[in-house]
Each structure stands twice: as C-alpha cells, then as structure tokens.
Write a protein that binds this ligand. Structure first.
Ligand SMILES: *[C@@H]1O[C@H](CO)[C@@H](O)[C@H](O)[C@H]1NC(C)=O
Ligand SMILES: CC(=O)N[C@H]1CO[C@H](CO)[C@@H](O)[C@@H]1O
Length: 439
C-alpha cells in the first residue's frame, strides 16, 4: 500500500486533530513525517495574530497572510464522471479569500509554473505527489490532473503574501514556494476526512436518499466542531469548503478552523460571512432534497493501522493529537476568537497558556497568573486559585472542560476591543466550545 493511503486510513479511523501546525502532521510515523516535511522553513513565529483577526496593521506579510487571510480548503465529490476513491472526497484547492470574503486571483503570471509533478519530484516531495495522484483529481472532461494542479497554483497559490519569492530562505530552488503550497494543501486535506465524518454520522452515498442542508451541516459540525459550506450542482452535492484563519506562513503555519455561514454564489465562488449564532447555514445547496450520489470505483483501504504516535513532530509545533495535552496552547472558541491572558473572550491576539498535568486533570496558567473557575466564571490573574480542568477529544478537536462539561458561554460576542467574561455551562447568551490548540 502507498504510504499516502495509509496516512488517510489513519485519519479515517481516528479522530486526529485537525488544527495543526502545517509542519506537524498528526502523529504520523517518523518515516512519513520526514517524507511530508516541507523542504523550506518560513522562520515565522507560531504565536502571532491569526490572519483577519489583527486589530492594527501587521508589517511583515511574509509571516502574516494578507490580504487573503480567510483560507478555504475546498473539496469535490465528483461522481459523473467519478474521480478518486469511492470512499473519499477529493482536493479542489486552498483559496485565499480576503477577510471581507472578496478575493483576488491570478496574482503573478511570472510564477505560473508548469510541470508540477516534475517540480515535486525534483524537490523531494514525491510522497506528496503520490497522494495528489490519488486524491487531487481533475474532472477528465476538463483536463488532466496536472492541469488542475497548475491552475490551482496559478489562480490561487500566486496570491498568498506568505508565499512570495522574497519570503523564501536565500538559495531556495525555483518554485520552492509552490512545492510548499502543494505539501500544505495535502496535509490540511488529510485532517478533513469529509467522507468519514459524514459516514460516522450515518450519512453515506445513496442512489435514493435525500438530505437536508441542516443535517449535512450538523453532521460535519458534530465531527469537526466547525461549520463548513456545502456546494451543490442543482440538488446534487458536489463540494464542501472548510474555513480557516492562519497563524504564520502557508509554508508551516497553524490553521485555525472557523465556521462559515450565509453563503451565496458569486460567479463560481462562494461568499461567506462568519458564524456567530447557531442559526442555520445557507450555501449553494437547496435547504432540502439534497442527493449525495454513489461514486463508482475503488475504495481506499481504511483498515490498515498506522502508528498514531504522539511524539512531538519536528519543526517546533506540537502535534495537537487528541489524547495528548500540549504544554503550551492557545484556547480557541468554536464561534470566533479565543481567550486572552486574563481569561476573557476576544477576537484579539490570543494568549499562550501553559498547561500541566494530563488530559484527565490539568491546571493552566497565563502570563497574568493562575487560571481557575470561581463562581462559574473563568479567569486568570495573581489572585486566582488554580482549579482543575480536563480535555475532551471530540470530532478531531481537543476541548477544554471544567467539571466535565465542554460548554462555555458569554453575554455577548466579542469584536475589536470588546471582550467578554467566560462562564462555564451554556446559560449565558452566546455559547461555544473552547479548543486547546498546541503552539
Ligand atoms: C491587519 O493587517 C493588514 C496587513 O498589515 C492590514 O492591511 C489590515 O488593515 C489590518 N487590520 C486591521 C483591522 O488593522
Ligand atoms: C456550542 C457548542 O458547540 N457546544 C458543543 C460543545 O461540545 C459538546 C460535546 O462535545 C457538544 O455537545 C456541544 O453541542
């Protein structure tokens, strides 16, 4: 079996964390880790502000994706003609939307590279290439896979500020940034097993069943913790987009999942706003009667097991593997933003927390002091007494729990300078989960 298939199998069978430093692919075997390691390093810090969440201008756009800081990992479900394995969605691309959901395309024709497969092979990324050959498929009526890869790079890849040639280490080979792009897209896709997530929630392809948009959306949210946008051709499901902000560079930064809502078609692209309430999503699909057709062809094996060793991956970041408590983490809300050092909920640059203990019982501190829950409110500071927390693996995320509950809530949703205290339970107006993201 190809190593690449084994990697997917490892994902399909387990709930690997899907918020990961691009360098740290979810506890793969060391051999695979080496094979998928980017060839170049950005040198960027992993603790800066996430794209689209900064409150003042950030100068170094090699380490801060801008203006395209709203990243969409898009996938296809192509059945007519079928492409890729019968039990996996396939990669469409990774698109940089601006924070207001508009976007640019075809940003630098001088870097419209051809011969992607040769570039990947020449630059030591042949395992990325073999994965792409199975999972990044063009509609044969539209052209070859190579043509789709070239198109995705030229149309979207050239628009990333963090992938400009001037951002690369001196002496990088020509097109090294495109090689890094393909490696990152593959690694991110491997954390987003749409077929398995839907199947885990009882939604499998069928020639007769129909689904509501709400049930499809709820299924992915239950598995991943976040709301994607579905795409349809008429009433037939054919695509999905997962939304991210990015800390650092596309080369080796950390993708922070966010939820999407309120979609409408603009040209062939989807427009999206940010998910702030639990109201139903809209997308390019109708609200009901959605078909998820069978795909003919061969399945990829999901029975083989690959070590899900939780040893820290090279490249600085932890793996974020559920079951392992990171020593340093940011705490990210499933709604928007995350926690500051005083323990308040904010969309500003998140604090780094120090965690000690195990997933079943640990304590937290921030730069302000001890963290704890008192009178139902979470806070950190010099006068705060430590209380014990636990971490619950859910749908690929590691959720912060107090008293065994992963529910948290506040009296409002933060924006700009406005922050809100964080309470245990869901009794306040806006409730959310808090993911522990290794830094
Ligand atoms: C965030 O940083 C980018 C890049 O410097 C800048 O264009 C944008 O205006 C900043 N956003 C805010 C709200 O200051
Ligand atoms: C608001 C929210 O997403 N709440 C979820 C937090 O996690 C628990 C269990 O993992 C879910 O049951 C809640 O719906």
């Amino acid at each position: 079996m190809l190593p690449a298939l084994a990697i997917l199998a490892a994902f399909a069978g387990s709930s690997a964390a899907w918020v990961l430093p691009a360098f740290s692919p979810f506890g793969l075997t060391s051999l695979t880790e080496r094979a998928l390691m980017p060839n170049i390093a950005s040198g960027c810090s992993t603790t800066g502000p996430a794209s689209c969440t900064n409150t003042s201008a950030v100068a170094n756009l090699c380490c801060f994706e801008s203006p395209g800081g709203l990243l969409l990992q898009t996938q296809f479900w192509d059945t007519d003609p079928p492409t890729g394995p019968s039990n996996s969605w396939t990669i469409h691309g990774l698109w940089p939307d601006k924070c207001d959901t508009t976007f640019s395309e075809n940003c630098d024709s001088s870097r419209d590279y051809t011969g992607v497969s040769s570039l990947l092979t020449a630059q030591g990324a042949s395992s990325t290439l073999s994965f792409m050959e199975t999972f990044w498929k063009n509609d044969p009526d539209d052209g070859t896979d190579e043509e789709l890869w070239e198109h995705e790079w030229a149309t979207h890849g050239t628009c990333y500020s963090t992938l400009k040639v001037a951002c690369l280490p001196a002496g990088s080979p020509k097109a090294a940034e495109a090689v890094a792009f393909f490696q990152t897209v593959v690694k991110l896709f491997q954390t987003l097993p749409t077929f398995t997530w839907l199947s885990n929630q009882g939604i499998t392809p069928s020639s007769s069943a129909t689904h509501t948009l709400a049930s499809l959306t709820a299924a992915i949210k239950a598995e991943s913790g976040f709301t994607p946008a579905f795409d349809c051709d008429g009433s037939t499901l054919n695509g999905i987009s997962y939304y991210f902000h990015l800390i650092g560079s596309v080369i080796d930064g950390t993708f922070i999942p966010i939820s999407a809502y309120s979609l409408h078609v603009q040209g062939s692209r989807v427009q999206v706003g940010f998910f702030r309430t639990d109201s139903p999503e809209s997308s390019t699909c109708p609200t009901s009667g959605i078909k998820y057709p069978l795909k003919t062809g061969s399945p990829v094996s999901t029975t083989s097991t690959v070590s899900t060793s939780t040893s820290s991956a090279p490249g600085g970041g932890g793996t974020g593997t559920p079951g392992t408590l990171p020593a340093k983490a940011t705490i990210v809300s499933s709604s928007t933003g995350g926690l500051l050092s005083l323990g308040t909920w904010s969309t500003q640059t998140l604090a780094t927390y120090t965690l000690s203990g195990t997933t079943s019982s640990f304590t937290m501190t921030s730069s302000k002091g001890n963290c704890g829950v008192s009178g139902g409110q979470f806070a950190c500071g010099s006068g705060v007494s430590l209380t014990s927390f636990s971490a619950v693996s859910s749908g690929g995320a590691l959720l912060l729990a107090s008293g065994g509950s992963t529910a948290w809530s506040s009296d409002g949703v933060p924006s700009g300078e406005t922050v809100f205290p964080v309470f245990t339970g869901s009794s306040h107006a806006d409730d959310y989960n808090l993911s522990i993201i290794s830094t």
